[in-house]
Design a protein around this ligand. Structure first.
Ligand code: BGC
Length: 245
């Protein structure tokens, strides 16, 4: 089925219609910069513009970088505080004119990777981590998603993991991949002790530079580590797959 997927990020709001059977984008993705401040109505207007670009009406899937339960936003670590308790599903449905499902951004990216990417046919426990503005997580067991896991806020040495080694922190601190990989390895080792996963999938903005950090990470971690295959498109594809029909 063809469904519109939209990925809301800190810097851009991107979307495309997706064939949810194959995971293919049916048109080139369209991106509008995230309005600043990213208040609910301003963001909803942009979501509407993305749908209008494709002349799309119908069910849609939208990602959001926070805990999302039944369409309601529960946290605001990297977004404007006014989102807390907003019924984003109702807000976007009103703007799009079709039923809209809202899910956590990392959960959506993870679903896309499990269906069509690096997690395909992977049984056991798979942990996808997205390194971008923050760190998002998606946890699967035998392909089933455990939603809203929030491993970016796991405390390592008294600090949220995402404050130590998100892609934004790496860039802001001008950290070498060697240094970054050392900090990420400690994080992965902690997750390994707690969850004994079969596979880590590394996604988000940093996954484009996999050749720079993957050899440094695999040298220190015992669990298989793979870069995400879909990179920038995983959120769009996963959102469309998770949309209620
Ligand atoms: C948020 C998560 C989100 C992640 C990646 C974290 O700060 O708490 O909900 O998935 O950033 O955007």
């Amino acid at each position: 089925m063809d469904i519109l997927g939209i990925d809301i990020g800190g810097t851009g709001i991107k979307g495309a219609p997706v064939n949810t059977e194959t995971g293919e984008l049916l048109a080139e993705r369209f991106r509008i910069p995230t309005p600043q401040p990213a208040l609910p109505n301003a963001v909803a207007d942009v979501v509407q513009q993305v749908a209008a670009h494709f002349g799309y009406t119908g069910p849609a899937g939208v990602t959001f970088p926070a805990i999302v339960k039944k369409g309601i936003i529960h946290t605001a670590a990297n977004v404007d505080g006014s989102w807390i308790n907003v019924d984003a599903a109702a807000l976007f449905s009103a703007h799009l004119g079709g039923e809209t499902t809202v899910v956590n951004d990392a959960d959506a990216a993870g679903v896309a990777e499990m269906r069509f990417g690096s997690g395909k046919d992977r049984p056991g426990t798979v942990i996808m981590l997205t390194f971008g503005t923050g760190i998002g997580s998606a946890v699967f067991h035998d392909g089933e998603l455990l939603p809203n896991t929030e491993f970016g806020h796991l405390q390592i040495r008294g600090k949220d993991a995402e404050r130590r080694c998100s892609e934004r922190v790496r860039e802001e601190k001008n950290m070498s991949f060697k240094k970054w990989a050392k900090i990420v390895s400690e994080y992965l080792e902690t997750l390994e002790k707690l969850f004994s996963p079969e596979l880590f999938i590394i996604g988000g903005g940093v996954s484009k530079k996999a050749e720079k950090f993957l050899p440094l990470l695999t040298a220190k971690t015992h669990v298989l580590i793979q870069p995400a295959k879909m990179q920038n498109e995983a959120g769009i594809i996963g959102a469309a797959c998770l949309a209620r029909r």
